[in-house]
Design a protein around this ligand. Structure first.
Ligand SMILES: *[C@@H]1O[C@H](CO)[C@@H](O)[C@H](O)[C@H]1NC(C)=O
Ligand SMILES: *[C@@H]1O[C@H](CO)[C@@H](O)[C@H](O)[C@H]1NC(C)=O
Ligand SMILES: *[C@@H]1O[C@H](CO)[C@@H](O)[C@H](O)[C@H]1NC(C)=O
Ligand SMILES: *[C@@H]1O[C@H](CO)[C@@H](O)[C@H](O)[C@H]1NC(C)=O
Length: 611
């Protein structure tokens, strides 16, 4: 076998396949029937295809990804790599009770395990050589892709593609993309994602905010007057404050830690405003004189200005104000990822938000990684190619294995709004919510009785299969829940099910441009749950342990009993399928509210006894 394989490789490289590009046999690698909704050809724009350049990232197929995933999920012990080089032996990771629990993996160890075959790189380089692009091609720092910058004309010839300017009908942003591209057949099994090509990226991405409504002074006064006078202290009507969450989720007596790092991911040129945070902390946080600041990390052209009168501050202020209030004195960092600069006729046009952000995070040394990260952004699964989502999800798995607990908002459209996939009626899903390597947070509402928020996102991924950690939980739900059977043709119950957990989603009191508003969406749920996890992570760090890292195997096992099970309400949507379509919250896990909302006191106790 081995000798056959190497003979094949030698043949592949030594034949004249790449010497004469015209004779290469190519096949279409990706083809969209049209631009994603909201996008259209920008007929008014002239692209200079000689001067305009594209920085193309050619992803190399990584080896042993599934073996790495088993390690990261903690199914394999160190034995699996006994015969490998010694530095591969510190296999670590995350099954509670496992001797390796909490021992995370270094990036260079991960990179070594999943490194692409060297022939994959060689074949790509030969291909580029034949097209006169070898000299401008470089291997990415983590060896997982070849990056090449060429004129649009060169890239079109390379990929047998036709790039056009597209404009978004609402935002009026422009991008240069192609609806189709091809690759030489000989690169099959060696190359996966090639971008920017068909991913419209940032403009299909959105923050998970459903609603913003300004409060009058009187409404704010009423909310604050009730902070100390409620059954669940600090909760009034459906308005949520830090005091309300502290009581509801039992973290008002959390230890005052100042170690660890809480991270917030920000995209779409959005950023928090420090002066709004100061106002929020002074007026509405349930304690006084605690930390009032965040630091900003800028990447890919992101910014953190001191003022901004646009609604680019809503998501970021919500995230920063609640993370800051809940995590108390623990340092907070906001990652401001730019990368959606307008591009017509030339210049940089990479703009792949997830890829850029994940590569930035994975390049950080262990000492700079946050323990927890909250991501309140997502794309409709339908707007992204499957191979792109698989590649990004693989990067999320590495972040988890590095020891970061990654939490993602589940979405604000319940089971969906479009609900039509190539003419077939089907529930919608969201990415990265559907990636099995993140912890997805759904929405709840109501404080005396906490129930499912009907717009909270939930469902079953049509891209990723059900991971082992939720297998028995979801199987049990499928047999107990009778309500879903009328709709079972509209989703694939073998897919990764989400949300994993949930938290309050409606009417969070937030300061925007100096005045108070009520903000709703799983964009509120996500930083809330993530911040409770950070309280636990910081206590672990303070006692000399590692953070919890990838949470799901723990959440679905020992931590499940530490959640507030949500058993009322349902999530809805897909009116084209029927008014009863949706998922119902019931005892145990369900696709409306996952395992439930957090009880910090119980979660901390479980983390101390099992992790
Ligand atoms: C990765 O996979 C290849 C091919 O299956 C195998 O030869 C190699 O030993 C694997 N590497 C590790 C570290 O398991
Ligand atoms: C919490 O700890 C910080 C320093 O680590 C200190 O400045 C602050 O006063 C403490 N707060 C309380 C309420 O103990
Ligand atoms: C359902 O999901 C599973 C797991 O992802 C997949 O193997 C199967 O092909 C899917 N079925 C359909 C009909 O799409
Ligand atoms: C959270 O857990 C603590 C400790 O077990 C318990 O006293 C409290 O009632 C729980 N909170 C809720 C809302 O169930």
């Amino acid at each position: 076998m081995v000798s056959f394989k190497s003979v094949f490789v030698v043949l592949a490289i030594s034949t004249s396949t790449f010497a004469s590009p015209a004779t290469q046999k190519c096949s279409v690698a990706e083809k969209l029937s049209g631009p994603p909704s909201g996008w259209e050809i920008d007929s008014g724009s002239r692209i200079d295809k000689e001067k305009g350049t594209i920085k193309l990232r050619i992803g190399l197929v990584q080896e042993n990804m599934s073996k790495f995933h088993e390690m990261a999920m903690r199914k394999l012990g160190r034995k699996a790599f006994e015969n490998s080089t010694p530095e591969l032996i510190p296999v670590q990771i995350a099954t509670p009770g496992d001797e390796m629990y909490g021992a995370h993996m270094a990036q260079h160890v991960i990179d070594k395990i999943i490194a692409p075959k060297s022939e994959s790189k060689d074949l790509v380089m030969q291909w580029l050589e034949g097209e006169g692009l070898r000299d401008v091609a470089t291997l990415s720092p983590r060896l997982d892709s070849v990056v090449v910058e060429g004129s649009i004309k060169q890239v079109e010839k390379l990929l047998k593609a036709e790039y056009s300017a597209f404009v978004h009908s609402e935002s009026h942003d422009s991008v240069i993309r192609t609806l189709e591209y091809s690759l030489p057949d000989i690169l099959k099994g060696h190359v996966d994602v090639v971008q920017p090509t068909t991913v419209f990226g940032l403009k299909s991405m959105r923050s998970m905010i459903k609603d913003v409504k300004p409060y009058t002074e009187e409404e704010v006064d009423n909310i604050m007057a009730d902070v100390d006078a409620q059954a669940v202290a600090g909760c009034t009507g459906s308005s949520i404050t830090p005091a309300c969450l502290a009581n509801l989720y039992s973290f008002s007596n959390a230890a005052n830690e100042s170690v660890g790092l809480m991270g917030i991911a920000g995209f779409l040129r959005q950023h928090p405003i420090q002066s709004d945070l100061t106002t929020f902390m002074n007026r509405y946080a349930y304690f006084a004189n605690k930390a009032q600041k965040f630091t900003c990390a800028l990447l890919n052209g992101g910014t953190c200005p001191t003022s901004d009168s646009t609604n680019n501050i809503v998501e970021a202020n919500l995230d920063a104000q609640y993370a800051r209030a809940i995590t108390s004195n623990i340092p907070n960092i906001y990652y401001s990822a730019g990368g959606n600069g307008p591009f017509v006729g030339g210049g940089e046009n990479t703009n792949e938000p997830w890829l850029e952000w994940l590569n930035y995070m994975l390049a950080l040394p262990d000492s700079s990684l946050p323990n927890t990260i909250s991501i309140s952004y997502g794309d409709d699964t339908l707007s992204l190619p499957n191979n792109y989502m698989v590649a990004q999800c693989n990067l999320f798995s590495q972040l988890g294995a590095r020891g970061v607990s990654v939490l993602v908002a589940s979405g604000d459209s319940g089971i969906g709004s479009t609900c039509s996939h190539s003419g077939q009626r089907q529930f919608d899903t969201s990415f990265p919510a559907g990636c099995p390597w993140v912890t997805t947070v759904g929405g709840t509402t109501g404080t005396t009785t906490e129930g499912a928020w009907s717009s909270g996102g939930g469902g079953f991924s049509e891209v990723f299969a059900r991971p082992s950690y939720q297998d028995s939980t979801v199987t049990s739900w499928l047999s107990r829940d009778t309500a879903h059977t009328a709709y079972s043709t509209y989703f694939n119950s073998s897919g990764r099910a989400y949300p994993d957990v949930s938290a309050q989603a409606v009417n969070f009191l937030v300061v925007l441009g100096g005045s108070a508003s009520g903000v709703s969406g799983t964009s509120a749920s996500c930083p809330t749950f993530a911040s409770v996890i950070q309280l636990i992570n910081s206590q672990r760090v303070a006692s000399g342990k590692k953070g919890l890292g990838f949470l799901n195997p723990w959440l679905y096992s020992s931590a499940a009993s530490a959640m507030n099970d949500i058993t009322t309400g349902s999530i809805r949507g897909c009116s084209n399928i029927g008014s009863g379509a949706g998922f119902v919250a019931r005892a145990g896990w369900d696709p409306a509210t996952g395992l439930g909302s957090p009880n910090y006191t119980k979660l901390l106790a479980v983390s101390q006894s099992t992790a």
